[in-house]
Design a protein. Structure first.
Length: 228
């Protein structure tokens, strides 16, 4: 596939910059285990990228949990509050973010997380996230009417760039199928770095699928090449 040059870059956070998807899995399985249920990878793939109440409702319904959406959110937040500060930056991601920042390529964060959970996740990585001049928290921003796979979050995030680039000039980095669909619906190219368990045939809409961010070559999309 031939890639079109871009000028602006948007990053998802959970599972893409940080390994928080692993922590979500631990937290959700802890709740599911109380009722003899399994939080499967199939269900995980279904909810990745969704806003908080959206994924909570899906888990409760799909697993038939005897609790309300509010109860699930409250229980999961108690567990995740302890887990989130343990998260780590995924391979190759910090190198790319710092490279784009150094070369003054406009970058923005577009996460479905709320600002409260974001603050818990970045507590040990503040210097890296300070490099993002614009941030969009999908579960907290009233302008993001619908979560992924709707395109709202990426359109809202792109509009925060001072020069208001057209969607085709924006490149999105994602790890979830919902995120890929959302980016494409927004008219943007999207590089996917999925969980290795994902069936790649399900990611046909992605512009490019990589095993690791370490494999990304910025010049393929008209961005400055790495210096080394």
């Amino acid at each position: 596939m031939e890639y079109k040059p871009v000028t602006h870059v948007l990053f998802d956070m959970d599972g893409l910059i940080l390994n928080t998807e692993d922590l979500y899995t631990l937290g959700f399985q802890e709740i599911a285990s109380r009722f003899g249920k399994e939080f499967t990878f199939e269900l995980k793939s279904k909810i990745m990228g969704m806003q908080t109440r959206q994924f909570a409702a899906t888990i409760v319904e799909d697993l038939g949990l005897p609790m309300t959406v509010d109860e699930f959110v409250q229980e999961s937040q108690k567990i995740l509050k302890e887990l989130f500060p343990l998260c780590q930056v995924r391979p190759g991601v910090e190198k790319l973010i710092r490279h784009l920042h150094k070369h003054e390529v406009p970058i923005g964060l577009a996460t479905s997380s709320s600002i409260e959970s974001y603050n818990m996740k970045v507590v040990k990585h503040q210097a890296l996230f300070d490099l993002f001049p614009t941030k969009t928290w999908g579960s907290s921003d009233p302008k993001v009417k619908s979560g992924k796979p709707s395109p709202d979050i990426f359109l809202v995030a792109a509009a925060k760039f001072p020069d208001n680039p057209p969607p085709q000039k924006c490149l999105v980095f994602e790890d979830s199928l919902n995120g890929v669909v959302a980016a494409r619906a927004a008219g943007m190219q999207v590089v996917m770095v999925p969980d290795p368990r994902l069936d790649r045939t399900a990611a046909a809409e992605a512009t490019l699928v990589l095993d690791s961010m370490e494999d990304f070559q910025p010049e393929a999309f008209g961005l400055p090449p790495y210096d080394d």
